[in-house]
Design a protein around this ligand. Structure first.
Ligand SMILES: *[C@@H]1O[C@H](CO)[C@@H](O)[C@H](O)[C@H]1NC(C)=O
Ligand SMILES: *[C@@H]1O[C@H](CO)[C@@H](O)[C@H](O)[C@H]1NC(C)=O
Length: 357
């Protein structure tokens, strides 16, 4: 009888231990949110290596440099979308006549059902995309993919502006271009201007959300690469200088931490895309960043992590003037979030207000 043989019971228990460890994780519900699929990660790594290599070669004096010299600096507009670019007609008016000074890149979630045909500036500008979700590092991965694609595509890309389908421009192209390109940059007279450009990225070190956001993957999960004192928060919507875009695409060290999925119980504190970029840049080049964003957002009465979404009835010339006002050196250049049906009211004030400056 088993009961008469404690030895047998112990042996059976001992032998079953490895099976418990092996199979329990498959039977119990997962404790974490979905991770980035390994094949996606491998594809990205290959892309980032190519972008890094191409940029290093260009800096070393290859064909890239000649192209850079023959072409004026450009702004890369990186559209990160999961639905139609409803404001494409506004962007077309913004871009019109400045074709030599910008490039557009679009990362559209493959699951997004896009019904509007791409307009002129967006046609043929879609990069190979992978699934994106909230509360996951996939939004960071998509932004890095856009940066890598833009780095590879054109050595003249000097600034990289992340935009969503809910964003609108608050000024004319000429104004935006001048604000970015003529920014004096970090004081370092010896370096050429393109090495001194600053990134316009919000970096906040003392926000009450930081603690929960930090432990979203587990209490000590970010150590040792990211001690809590170095953990930062800021808007996902940035304009990065080229050398910082390259720095992001080359990063492996922090990505190893930020790519970890959050614990399920921490889902409401899982916004990795608001931490990865400000933390990385504040560690690597704090003086090269303005610490503020150029994209205006309205957090009054926010619901479930979503900012105020402007509706058609709210659109007016006064709203645009109001949204431009900023406490920093520069006026806000972009704003979000606007519901798609704001298109007509926005077009109505495009030439008289938005692009008049
Ligand atoms: C911000 O949103 C609130 C409503 O949530 C609105 O009352 C306010 O006017 C908005 N502010 C601006 C500057 O648009
Ligand atoms: C400017 O700063 C003041 C005081 O800190 C703040 O109340 C206001 O909301 C800021 N305005 C903008 C547009 O950020």
């Amino acid at each position: 009888m088993y009961s008469s043989s404690p030895f047998v019971v112990s042996v059976v228990l001992l032998l079953s231990l490895p099976f418990i460890f092996l199979f329990a994780p498959r039977i119990l519900p997962p404790k974490t949110l979905p991770a980035i699929p390994e094949p996606d990660e491998a594809d990205d790594l290959a892309l980032f290596r190519r972008a890094t290599l191409a940029s290093v070669e260009a800096a070393g004096g290859g064909a890239g440099v000649r192209r850079r010299l023959s072409s004026p600096p450009k702004i890369a507009f990186l559209f990160l979308i999961n639905s139609d670019i409803a404001f494409a007609p506004v962007w077309e008016r913004f871009f019109h006549g400045h074709e030599r000074l910008f490039n557009v890149y679009v990362h559209a979630d493959p699951a997004a059902e896009l019904v509007l045909p791409p307009t002129k500036s967006f046609r043929g500008r879609f990069i190979p995309a992978k699934a994106t979700q909230r509360a996951s590092p996939t939004l960071i991965a998509a932004a890095r993919r856009l940066l890598a694609a833009a780095l590879l595509d054109d050595p003249a890309n000097a600034f990289f502006a992340l935009i969503s389908q809910h964003c609108i421009p608050l000024h004319s192209f000429r104004y935006v271009y001048h604000a970015l390109i003529s920014d004096p940059g970090v004081p370092s007279p010896a370096a050429p201007l393109h090495r001194r450009h600053r990134s316009f990225i919000q970096i906040v070190a003392d926000d009450p959300v930081l603690h929960n956001r930090y432990i979203a993957r587990g209490d000590n999960a970010m150590l040792p690469e990211v001690p809590f004192e170095r953990f930062r928060v800021g808007s996902q919507f940035f304009v990065l200088a080229r050398r910082h875009a390259l720095l992001v695409v080359r990063d492996r060290r922090l990505w190893k931490k930020f790519r970890m999925p959050c614990l399920k119980k921490m889902e409401s504190s899982c916004y990795p895309e608001e931490h990865y970029f400000p933390t990385l840049l504040d560690m690597q080049d704090p003086d090269g960043c303005t610490r503020y964003s150029l994209t205006r957002v309205n957090w009054t009465d926010s619901v479930d992590g979503h900012p105020h979404t402007y509706l058609p009835a709210e659109i007016s010339g006064d709203l645009i003037l109001d949204l431009r006002l900023s406490n920093s050196t520069y006026s806000y250049l972009f704003a979000r979030k606007f519901s798609p049906d704001c298109l007509n009211p926005l077009l109505h004030i495009a030439d008289t207000v938005i692009f008049k400056d």
